[in-house]
Design a protein around this ligand. Sequence first.
Ligand code: PLP
Length: 353
Amino acid sequence: MQRAAPQQFDRVLSSMCTKPHPAAREAAERFLATNPGDPATYQAVAAQEEDALASLGEITGLDEPHGYIASGGTEANIQAIRAARNLVRDDNPNVVAPESIHFSFQKAADVLGVELRIVPVDGDYRADTEAVREAVDDHTILVAGVAGTTEFGRVDPIPELTDIAHDAGALMHVDAAWGGFILPFTDHEWSFAHAPVDSMTIDPHKYGQAVVPAGGLLFRNKEVLDALAVDTPYLESASQASLTGTRSGAGVASAAAAMRELWPDGYRETYERQQANANWFYNELVARGYDAVEPELPLVAARLPEPEFDSLRDLGWRISRTASGELRVVCMPHVTRESLRAFLADLDDIARG
Ligand code: PLP
């Protein structure tokens, strides 16, 4: 039987995932047959998870982090809303979030039976705080902001949103699934250190360079995590807060290993290199007359006519569009200056006809 070729990354410009760090890959292999869903039985991987959580706490400014390594940002976002719903217990709960929120919130609202109130963003693609203030009411259980949006790499005004949430008696959730390993090296106010945020999604399998699956869910207070726990009679462990039962020990161990290896210097170097690549790429597009959105984090969006976009795809470039139609290029750790140059050379060839 012929084996499929492994994923080639040199033309992947649209993904929020990347090549894992070699240390993460090696750790994943060692822990392949372990289940952190049953920590009393699988104690070695449970220790890895504690290590990973401690690192996530350091990265996000949380002294005593409560949470776990999830399957990804989707699970973490669903669980943050589920925890708020279980804790607040309202008859008619709603969640308020900007339109830049990841589509996992729609799944969360659907499975949890919670109303999702989407409010507009401002002219620079950030949550409009006035619109959020108008949308919250006595039934709001959670306000969500994004720290590194999926489409434009923008950071919502987290301290202001946190005030609005808490004034309404709701919890504040930050989705830093993508931005969490970049933002510590910027001036943005996004973390537990900047505002009394209640929960956060931060995914090691994105900019953290762990293997898939490794998402992160953090809570400031243990009581909020505990609102997720169910009893687990047949396991050695007594209760479980995660959404999935059996979990990937490979993901957990790889997250711990990646952060041991890369926090903080490796992540800082990656951010600086990739931000420089994004700035360079933006300037090259603008110099060619394309209407591009100035990158704040390593993600560039630009208007590109459909024939050009389709031809680039035909040449093997893995690219995608925002909901409003812009090309988006995510400068993940695997995206090199060389590959951006090759992309522009193809674009120039196509534009010349
Ligand atoms: N949140 C944000 C901001 C994201 O960009 C993504 C995915 O790109 C997610 C959540 C969902 O993460 P996952 O695909 O790991 O479930």
